[in-house]
Design a protein around this ligand. Structure first.
Ligand code: CA
Length: 369
């Protein structure tokens, strides 16, 4: 009961207020304890496990000088108030994804991903060597936080559909759960975009309240049982080619942290950034096999003509957003310039290699195995 009251107080205090029930961090013998709030249910595969990994790594690497206690979505603050809770110093640290904070600064949404944007490796290359970290650092500083990329889902799927998509006109009147920039593009194509939390997707598909829904990819979609509620599983995930997750730390708390602990936090975020992507890649492959072999899911590829139209609409949606806000335009300009440079190399190196590896003569396993 006391715990319930505490949580209720903490939640109703909202982002701006310092909840009476949240104790200040324990500080004994030079040891620090930070509280980390997330936008994810605790231990949600791939997403919710990222902050747990981060906390374990920081605790071990610092030999307990800095420990991080993870709270799942709603445990201390509602999920979409996580950044405010960190910015105001209610807690020290948070984990989510940049596009959740677009209500604060619109440009932040482009830091997650964008339609027909960058693959996870390209996105990380932009952050590290394409000016992305500087741009993101400035945006998060304006929100009172220090920023690190801290996980990537890799390419997502196009979504689950109960109608076939053969032409762009098939999006007209389509009731689809697809948030963010992808949703703006589907809306521009005449779709009826519905906002729903992930957990409500299966029943909405079954009742016909939705004709289609995107969630993440095989790993998360299998866990949700989405194959039970929709006929076709479409690809590619044109709208989310590599979604970045974020770690954000209260700016004043970060500045006060000794430099060796700062380095530990920074490198732990870097390690988790890669580990989450590896987890998604590994689990997506095995989950796709289960969806196809055990659940007889029908895969469908969006026709090229549909992808071309979605690409054209994406350009219009992004141009429009950029024209409304100079900071959005500078982030988009940087991303689009990087994509243009990267596209020729990725096509030459990765795309042509993947085509070569898929040719019919390529061996499945070494002889004798
Ligand atoms: Ca998604």
């Amino acid at each position: 009961m006391r715990r319930r009251t505490f949580l209720k107080n903490a939640t109703s205090a909202g982002a701006g207020g310092v909840a009476a029930g949240i104790a200040a961090p324990a500080l004994a013998q030079g040891r620090l304890e930070w509280r980390l709030v997330t936008t994810w249910p605790k231990n949600l595969p791939g997403l919710g496990t990222a902050p747990e990994l981060l906390a374990q790594m920081i605790g071990k690497a610092s030999d307990g000088r800095l420990t991080v206690r993870v709270f799942g979505s709603g445990e201390l603050v509602p999920p979409f108030e996580a950044l405010d809770a960190v910015a105001t110093g209610t807690v020290e640290m948070g984990h989510g994804s940049p596009f959740y904070w677009k209500g604060r600064i619109p440009a932040v949404q482009f830091l997650t991903t964008f339609p027909f944007g960058l693959l996870a490796d390209e996105q990380n290359a932009w952050y590290q060597h394409g000016g992305g970290l500087n741009l993101a650092g400035d945006i998060y500083r304006q929100m009172g936080c220090k920023f690190f990329p801290c996980g990537n889902t890799g390419p997502q799927m196009g979504g689950w559909f109960n109608r076939e998509i053969n032409a762009i006109g098939d999006f007209k009147g389509l009731k689809m759960r697809i948030p963010g920039l992808g949703g703006a593009v589907v809306s521009a194509a005449g779709g009826e975009v519905v906002t729903l939390p992930g957990a409500e997707i299966p029943s909405a598909l079954e009742s016909g309240a939705l004709d289609a829904a995107e969630w993440v990819g095989p790993y998360n979609d299998l866990a949700f049982g989405l194959y039970k509620s929709a006929r076709y599983y479409y690809y590619p995930g044109w709208h989310e080619p590599g979604s970045t997750l974020d770690c954000f730390i209260n700016a004043a708390v970060w500045e006060k942290l000794p430099s060796d602990l700062q380095a530990i936090v920074e490198h732990a975020c870097g390690a988790v950034n890669q580990m989450v992507l590896s987890e998604f890649n590994a689990r997506n492959g095995s989950s796709l096999r289960i969806l196809l072999d055990d659940h007889k899911v029908q895969l469908r590829r969006f026709p090229d003509t549909v992808l071309q139209e979605l690409g054209k609409l994406s350009g219009e949606v992004l141009t429009d957003l950029g024209s409304k806000d100079p900071l959005s335009r500078s982030v988009l300009d940087s991303l689009l310039k990087f994509r243009a440079e990267q596209a020729s190399w990725s096509a030459l190196a990765e795309q042509s290699f993947l085509e070569a590896r898929s040719l019919p003569y390529t061996f499945a396993r070494p002889t004798g195995n």
